[in-house]
Design a protein around this ligand. Structure first.
Ligand SMILES: [Zn+2]
Length: 120
């Protein structure tokens, strides 16, 4: 499952940042997921729970912002029609391989840490 390695990578980065700042617990991590990134949001959220299980961060949340994808044919410049449900691999007009212009990445946007309670 691809989502598992994505979640593992995100968690490694977030935890390293928390360690750097000497924070015990992550509160949430926000990521942007492109529609063409090959990542299913629900599976990514499950994967996040799996990789943080039984760690200090097991209650942390993964927030996902979906970003739309954009494709264009490098040959004739055609865009997928508005009635296209899935992103086509090939141009309808010239059968050329479609080029992905955006929405094919997972981006880490924000890491929030649990606020430590100051002891009086
Ligand atoms: Zn084309």
């Amino acid at each position: 499952m691809y989502e598992l390695s994505v979640a593992q990578e995100l968690y490694t980065v977030a935890r390293a940042r928390a360690d750097e700042m000497e924070v015990r617990e992550l509160e949430s991590v926000r990521v942007a997921v492109g529609e063409l990134a090959g990542v299913t949001p629900d599976l990514l959220r499950s994967a996040w729970r799996f990789v943080t299980a039984e760690s200090a961060d097991e209650n942390s949340r993964l927030d996902i912002d979906l970003r739309s994808g954009r494709q264009i044919c490098p040959q004739c410049g055609a865009l997928p029609g508005p009635d296209v449900i899935a992103y086509p691999a090939h141009c309808e007009r010239c059968k050329c391989h479609m080029r992905v212009e955006s929405g094919d990445r997972v981006e880490l946007l924000e890491i929030r840490f649990q606020q430590e309670l100051a002891l009086a």
